[in-house]
Design a protein around this ligand. Structure first.
Ligand code: SF4
Ligand code: SF4
Length: 134
């Protein structure tokens, strides 16, 4: 993921109530994730290789499972970082908790596996399957 754009803030002055105002990149509104079925067979990974070959697509695994990560700014994100449909924003946005979010630590720190492109996933496939080649 892209690195955050943060306003400098003195230690101790950030609270969950004001934190988002310091996070000028609004990183949590610049991508979506979609849970994947746990890949097991070669054919599963072959499909993931196709997906990760595309621009703005990466794949990660964390304690909750495997996910497709699609980078792309939400069209409702305003230039000042506000949500343009705040009162009717989707439930997933309402549920997002900023107590510990990407302002505090990059999401990838919690990933067990992270594939940002075809080559990275292919290398994993070759390690995982002794006879990967077709
Ligand atoms: S929830 Fe976290 S990542 Fe999202 S805008 Fe607020 S501080 Fe930034
Ligand atoms: S709908 Fe609003 S809160 Fe949800 S991702 Fe878009 S800008 Fe962010």
């Amino acid at each position: 993921m892209d690195s955050l754009t943060l306003k400098p803030a003195a230690a101790g002055e950030i609270t969950p109530e004001n934190k988002c105002s310091f996070c000028t990149g609004s990183i949590c509104c610049t991508y979506i994730t979609e849970e994947l079925a746990t890949p097991k067979a070669k054919s599963d990974f072959d499909h993931l290789l196709w997906q990760v070959s595309h621009d703005h697509i990466s794949i990660y695994k964390d304690e909750d499972g495997w996910f497709l990560l699609v980078e792309g700014k939400c069209t409702h994100l305003q230039a000042d970082g506000a949500c343009g449909i705040y009162d009717t924003r989707p439930q997933v946005c309402r549920d997002y908790d900023n107590d510990w979010c990407e302002y505090d630590e990059p999401a990838e720190k919690g990933f067990d596996l992270y594939f940002r492109n075809y080559d990275e996933l292919l290398a994993y496939c070759k390690r995982r399957f002794k006879r990967w080649g077709r």
